[in-house]
Design a protein around this ligand. Structure first.
Ligand code: SF4
Length: 370
């Protein structure tokens, strides 16, 4: 595949057209079309000379995604399946939250992390997304939101969370490049306060949190309050233990000045018992953490079931009594396959593309579900 223009670092734009014999200000025009106007075709860049567009088109693509499917849930959640240029697909979601929309985006096609509760895990990792493909997801969602804003929101502000397909710490060069584009004035000019990365805590990725150039928010999907429980839900070898993950998260909280969210997927008879709640409360109390309790978004073909309402409330009560902030978050779009990877998986099944089965000991549990 040819590179996308949005794969490039922003500081390369001033020279991009000058080095091809065009006036320097044309580079600024190009960046304006790409990042402020959300242009996805050469034709849209109407004030850029045809010769300049032709020169670039010989080397770069201007769009990496094309819309394939859109589902709208009863709660207003909009789920998109995009086709990539090589025929693979990724999911992105717009979720109406209290004050603003949240864009849930993907960092990889598939995922190597094998979390038992996650549809994305079933097909394994296919490939990393590029910086441009990550940026383009946000821009396509932004354009969708601008065309059809949520009436309850007074503006078109949005948050971005890396909670879709993929483990962001497994594709950090592209993710950090995309973050650069998100926050730069000549990029999407987003506030870093509106950006959140969610990770399942692969051991090799945790030290890289310290290299992030922007103080983004962090969500950790823990899966268990001790190492044995975590391994059952998130069985990939090389996954850091609970102490290690929480230490890395605490260091990120200190660096970024932001409370870290612990995402806890509540699975009946797996992660919803009082003993887990008490162990979790002991580990988190007095530290810069808050907990999002997420009843499992059940998969069609998996026996795992969501915790009952009573167990969810009891779990929350244990945390709160220990002084740990805990909020119950119901996944947006439960009626439209909004669990990470479900829409893509259904499409693959419909197209009769055989998905490899995961190893027998990795079937079943939770993840960064939104
Ligand atoms: S929950 Fe996240 S890290 Fe786990 S398998 Fe799914 S996409 Fe990967």
């Amino acid at each position: 595949m040819r590179p996308l223009l949005r794969d490039l670092p922003l500081d390369q734009f001033p020279d991009l057209l000058r080095s091809r014999g065009h006036a320097a200000y044309r580079g600024r025009q190009l960046a304006h079309w790409l990042f402020e106007q959300d242009a996805f075709t050469w034709d849209a860049m109407s004030n850029l000379p045809r010769a300049a567009r032709d020169d670039l088109a010989a080397e770069f693509d201007v769009a990496g995604l094309s819309p394939l499917e859109k589902l709208v849930g009863s709660d207003g959640t909009r789920k998109y399946l995009f086709a990539l240029r090589d025929g693979h697909t990724v999911e992105s979601v717009i979720i109406p939250m209290e004050a603003h929309a949240t864009f849930c985006i993907s960092s990889q096609v598939g995922c190597a992390m094998a979390c038992r509760f996650c549809a994305t895990a079933r097909g394994g990792l296919v490939r990393d997304l590029t910086r441009g493909e990550i940026v383009e997801q946000v821009q396509r969602l932004r354009r969708e939101l601008a065309a059809d804003p949520f009436p309850q929101h007074g503006d078109r502000q949005f948050n971005v969370v890396f909670m879709g397909m993929g483990e962001p710490l497994d594709n950090l060069p592209a993710v950090t490049g995309a973050l650069d584009t998100f926050v730069a004035e000549t990029g999407l000019a987003m506030s870093v306060r509106r950006i959140q990365i969610s990770t399942s805590g692969p051991r090799h990725g945790l030290p890289q949190l310290g290299t992030l150039r922007h103080p983004v928010g962090l969500t950790i999907s823990l899966g268990g309050a001790d190492d044995a429980a975590r391994r059952k839900v998130m069985p990939v070898s090389g996954r850091a233990g609970v102490d290690e993950v929480l230490a890395a998260a605490e260091a990120h909280a200190a660096r970024s000045g932001r409370t870290v969210t612990i995402a806890w997927v509540l699975i009946a008879d797996r992660t919803d018992d009082a003993a887990q709640a008490e162990t979790l409360a002991r580990r988190l109390a007095g530290r810069p953490f808050k907990v999002n309790l997420i009843p499992l978004n059940e998969l069609d073909d998996d026996p795992l079931r969501s915790a009952s309402n009573a167990r969810v409330l009891a779990f929350q009560d244990v945390l709160r009594r220990a002084g740990v902030p805990a909020t119950i978050r119901v996944s947006g779009g439960r009626d439209i396959a909004a669990a990470c990877g479900q829409l893509r998986r259904r499409r693959l099944q419909r197209d009769a593309v055989a998905l490899p089965e995961p190893p027998a000991d990795t079937r079943g549990d939770e993840s960064h579900q939104t």
